[in-house]
Design a protein around this ligand. Structure first.
Ligand SMILES: *Cc1c(COP(=O)(O)O)cnc(C)c1O
Length: 409
């Protein structure tokens, strides 16, 4: 099977993926799987998804040639896919629309989700408001404390935020609680996952919804190159940050068959890949089962999932989508790390040089693109997925700058 035709019928990407779930969930997962296969090529479904993305999200998002950044860096031309311009300010909305449309067709009027930083919770609450669906968001009580503005946003949009007090009171505990809720309310409830993780068919389904990003680039890039008299159809490299991996797979996937295009995923290296304080599941993880699929996860010798660290809440996830684990294994995509400090530098740089304030997650991709551009020639091109805007990160960046300056001002 060619790499772009994965997963297999059981949801495996090589040895990763699949569906490792309790018997109590099997019925719900099968029902979802059947519904997805029925609707994904359905003409009405496809047309409605396209219209929602155009009218509600504002797609297609442009690709922007960051000319000043490229000139200042010296080397390859850097282009930005502007997912930050979407309604709600990131790529997550693409996927939640697709899943909410599916929920409606399945007759499920109650949506549940878990959220760590709150961004997936906000996207889910947004679409539930749009479609008049009940919305219940599970969130660790520690995360509720850390991410209060997002909790207020979800409540403003009409969602119920349920604090989770078990374990470390963070994302992985909220994930368990959401799955428990699903088992208890399968009849009327749809479990809306925010990244390319979870049991089959979620990694495939979320990917399919997010590939709108890469498909648009396939159309946009040749025209952009022509206007600049650059003799090429495709960028030489595509760079995207990887938390669970949905924005990255969304831009990578349509290019997998274009072998000349390097695909580079950037993981959060936190304080450094060897510091023990990072979220680099691919580069420092090992195979295990998390969230219903086999993938690379950060775990100790006893298989206990480790706490992760990243300055960007959206990359702070102890696993990665199984398709990335597999693309890494077969060598079709490369994965690198960018530290907190490097990401903050890129955050400032893009803000100052291009007038675009990137999300801290996306700043990781920008930081790597800057490094990479220096090793390439002016005729070459790097396409960066600018997954979101950075307004939400102002306080974090200012606090980081203060502590680095050693001051309290
Ligand atoms: C959530 C988020 C991410 C990380 O999620 P992926 O599934 O890896 O894309 C990256 N960027 C932004 C702006 C986010 O909100």
């Amino acid at each position: 099977m060619p790499p772009c035709a994965q997963p297999d019928a059981a949801g495996f990407f090589g040895r990763f993926g699949g569906s490792f779930i309790s018997e109590t969930l099997a019925g719900a997962v099968n029902e979802l799987h059947r519904a997805y296969l029925r609707y994904r090529d359905d003409a009405d479904f496809v047309a409605e998804f396209r219209d929602e993305l155009a009218d509600y999200v504002g797609r297609p998002s442009p690709v922007y040639h960051a000319r000043r950044l490229s000139d200042e860096t010296g080397g390859a031309q850097i282009f930005l896919k502007r997912e930050d311009l979407n309604h709600t300010g990131a790529h997550k909305i693409n996927n939640v629309i697709g899943q909410a449309m599916l929920a409606r067709r399945m007759g499920k009027r109650r949506i549940i989700a878990e959220t760590g930083a709150g961004q997936h919770g906000v996207a889910t609450a947004t679409i539930c408001a749009r479609y008049g669906l009940e919305c219940v968001i599970y969130m660790g009580s520690e995360d509720i404390r850390r991410q209060h503005p997002n909790v207020q946003r979800m409540q403003l949009l009409g969602a119920t935020v349920v604090p989770v007090e078990s374990g470390s009171r963070t994302l992985k505990d909220a994930m368990n609680e959401a799955m428990r809720d699903w088992v208890a309310h399968v009849d009327n409830t749809f479990y809306l996952i925010g990244t390319v993780a979870g049991m089959h068919p979620y990694p495939m389904m979320v990917r399919d919804f997010q590939t709108v990003i890469g498909k648009e680039c396939l159309e946009q890039m040749p025209a952009l190159f022509r206007r600049r008299q650059m003799l090429k159809q495709h960028p030489d490299a595509i760079v995207a940050c990887v938390g669970g991996g949905s924005n990255a797979i969304g831009i990578f996937h349509p290019y997998i068959g274009h072998e000349g295009v390097r695909l580079i995923g950037v993981e959060a290296a936190g304080f450094g890949l060897d510091s023990g304080k990072h979220a680099a599941s691919i580069q420092r993880g090992s195979a295990g089962v998390l969230h219903g699929n086999r993938t690379l996860i950060l775990q100790d010798d006893n298989g206990q999932v480790l706490e992760t660290h990243s300055i960007s809440a959206g990359l702070d996830y102890p696993g990665v989508g199984p398709e990335h684990a597999w693309l890494h294994e077969i060598g079709r995509a490369e994965y690198v790390g960018v530290t907190d400090a490097e990401a903050v530098d890129a955050f400032h740089r893009l803000s100052r040089v291009e007038g675009i304030i990137p999300a801290l997650e996306a700043s990781h991709a920008v930081a790597h693109a800057i490094k990479l551009a220096r090793e390439m020639s002016r005729e070459q091109a790097i396409l960066v997925n600018l997954s979101g805007r950075g307004d939400k990160d102002m306080d974090t960046v200012l606090a980081h700058d203060c502590s680095r300056a050693g001051g309290v001002a």
